[in-house]
Structures are given as structure tokens and as C-alpha cells.
Design a binder for this molecule. Structure first.
Ligand code: C5P
Length: 221
């Protein structure tokens, strides 16, 4: 069993940026579990399934294979042996992932894949239920959060930089809606594990967050 760092928190708290940097610094493998939910979501959409069609999602889940691989250190998602990574950040895919992640068979399928990865390697794994459900014995658990306003502002600036048109109010209400779905679902809802360290990044730079987590690592070693 490798060393396991679990980072959970709501959408837009900066988990993937932080987890990636931390993994690089420590020479660990970064596992982005959200990308796995997005990979399946992309598949459901490509089959013409709508987010509210839960029975169809559950059925499609039984017929699909999902694998991950690393190319130049970057995680790639394969669905039925096709690399779908370039589609995962699309808005419709995120929306479908947020819905389909509440369905039992979807979670069960990915849980196995996630635990297998953490068996073999030292990992920094980020998601919503890593510390509470996927890796309950992780060596270090972080709950990374930030205010809705901070998260919406970051997303807004990100989209502006990409030259995409965006509406701050819409972004903020989408974030609130995603939080609500993640926190209120029956299976593995988003919550802080009892033994997780809370980091609120609202008034912190990326470097400060990484340094804080590294100092927790040193304490736990
Ligand atoms: O983190 P990201 O936005 O890529 O995650 C996509 C969706 O997958 C989230 O909206 C969340 O509902 C779901 N998810 C989850 N459990 C995880 C990771 C992501 O339910 N461990």
C-alpha cells in the first residue's frame, strides 16, 4: 500500500490545481476522480441519454469499460478503449457528471477503479468522497473549500481568459446547485471526514495552500 493523500471539497475550490502541484512536488501519482465521473457522463451523453434518465444511465453503466492511463504524467480517461479526455471539461459533460454521480452503479464502478489505483502507487487523489468512502484509511485527508463568491469569481476569470462569454450570477448559481446535489445525495455525499484537516483557500494563494498541505504531510509522516 502506497502513501495516500485524499483531497475533497466542493466544485471550484482549486482541488485539481493543488493536487497536481502537490503530486509533482512529492513524486506521487495524481488521480482526478472527477474526470472518471466525467468520462462516464460523456459516454451516457454520446448514447443520447438525458441527465434525468436514471434507469437508462444505470443500464448503460453495465455495458461500458473505463480505464485510466498516464501520458507524459497526465491522466487520460479511456471509455470502451477510446481516449475521451479532450471532451471532459465541456459544460454538458459536467452537468451530466453532477447528476449521474448520484446513481449507485455509477459510484460502485468507479470506487473499484479508484481503490485499485491507490493500492499500487503513492497517490494524491481528489474528489468528493475520497476521505470518507474511497480511502477511509488515507495517511492525510484534506477538505479544501472556499466561499461560493471566491469560487464563482475564479471560474469567471478563467472563462474570461479563455475569451468565452460568461455571466457571474449564472456561474454562482450553478456552483450552488452543484454543491447542493453533491452534499445531499444519498450515497457518499460530500462532507468533511472527521479526521480531515480543513483548508479554506478563499484568501490564500495557490502556493500558500500547497505549503500548508505540505506542512500537514510532514506532521503526519
Ligand atoms: O470535480 P469535477 O467537477 O470534475 O467532478 C465532476 C462531478 O463528479 C461532480 O459534479 C461530482 O458530482 C462528481 N464527483 C463525485 N465524486 C467524486 C468526484 C466527482 O461525485 N469523487
Amino acid at each position: 500500500m502506497g502513501y495516500q493523500i485524499a483531497i475533497d471539497g466542493p466544485a471550484g475550490a482549486g482541488k485539481s490545481t493543488i493536487a497536481k502541484l502537490l503530486a509533482k512536488k512529492k513524486g506521487f501519482v495524481y488521480v482526478d476522480t472527477g474526470a472518471m465521473y466525467r468520462g462516464l457522463a460523456y459516454y451516457f451523453l454520446s448514447r443520447g441519454i438525458q441527465p434525468q434518465e436514471e434507469a437508462a444511465i444505470a443500464k448503460a453503466c453495465n455495458d461500458v469499460s473505463i480505464d485510466i492511463a498516464y501520458e507524459n504524467g497526465i491522466q487520460q480517461i479511456y471509455v470502451n478503449h477510446v481516449n475521451v479526455t479532450c471532451h471532459l471539461r465541456e459544460e454538458a459533460v459536467g452537468n451530466m457528471a453532477s447528476r449521474s454521480s448520484g446513481i449507485a452503479v455509477v459510484r460502485a464502478k468507479l470506487l473499484e477503479l479508484q481503490r485499485d489505483l491507490a493500492e499500487k502507487e503513492n497517490v494524491v487523489m481528489d474528489g468528493r468522497d475520497i476521505g470518507t468512502s474511497v480511502l477511509p484509511d488515507a495517511d492525510l485527508k484534506i477538505f479544501l473549500t472556499a466561499s461560493v463568491d471566491t469560487r464563482a469569481r475564479r471560474r469567471y476569470n478563467e472563462l474570461l481568459e479563455k475569451g468565452e462569454s460568461c455571466d457571474y450570477e449564472k456561474i454562482a448559481s450553478d456552483i450552488e446547485e452543484r454543491d447542493r446535489r453533491d452534499m445531499t445525495r444519498d450515497i457518499s455525499p460530500l462532507c468533511q471526514a472527521e479526521d480531515a484537516r480543513l483548508v479554506d483557500s478563499s484568501d490564500m494563494t495557490i502556493e500558500e495552500v500547497v505549503e500548508t498541505i505540505e506542512s500537514f504531510c510532514r506532521e503526519s509522516e
